[in-house]
Write a protein that binds this ligand. Sequence first.
Ligand code: ADE
Length: 245
Amino acid sequence: MRIDLVSLFPEFVAQLAGHGVVGRAQERGLLSLHGWNPRDHAEGNYRRVDDRPFGGGPGMVMLIDPLRAALQAARAADPRPVATIYLSPQGRPLTQAKVRELAARERLLLLCGRYEGVDERLVAAEVDEEVSIGDYVLSGGELAAAVVVDAVARLQEGALSDAESAAQDSFEDGLLDCPHYTRPVEHALGAVPEVLLSGNHAQIARWRRQQALGRTWARRPDLLDEAGLSPADRRLLEAYKAETG
Ligand code: ADE
């Protein structure tokens, strides 16, 4: 997969993406990242990339032309078609389902805004999708782009080892993840739940499912409605509620 990134700080995203699973995916040739700086496409001695907003108000708005030229250069760098995604709080929420959809594409072009935003005419003409990573405001799209790159990279075939398999992740089945434990069995902070030491795989799977259901119910009840619980799941959850009071 190839990801192009238009940003005033492309090295910042490359730096964030250079470690761990994403770094390894790049080394293995599963993912390549390419940064494009709109300042390189700006005119004049000052290489201006922003200006004051019409109608007044604080902050600056990013100019159309440097961004447009950077987007066009990025698109032209590879013959395969590419969807342009603008990271902004006004976008549709990034969910694991959305991540899976993006991860299946051959190319992505991520546009990061700074300051108060980007001239809306650029968004209307050049952007296919607006994506938000959550209901809060960042000072720029770079951290959001790094989030997309990370989430998408780890789903590339061969990026994760078997031990890191994405199949058990939170959200893959619409539920939060169950808790995890490692050695020592006994610790001043508590003991590992008995069942995990039992060697009984059916019981362990049942316990994990119940924990996932229980945590989702307690912390993210909004997800439960969409998770399509089976009758067995409902029984497990009722037992969880009875136990935890
Ligand atoms: N840029 C600023 N805030 C953002 C957010 N919440 N998601 C995506 N991009 C952003």
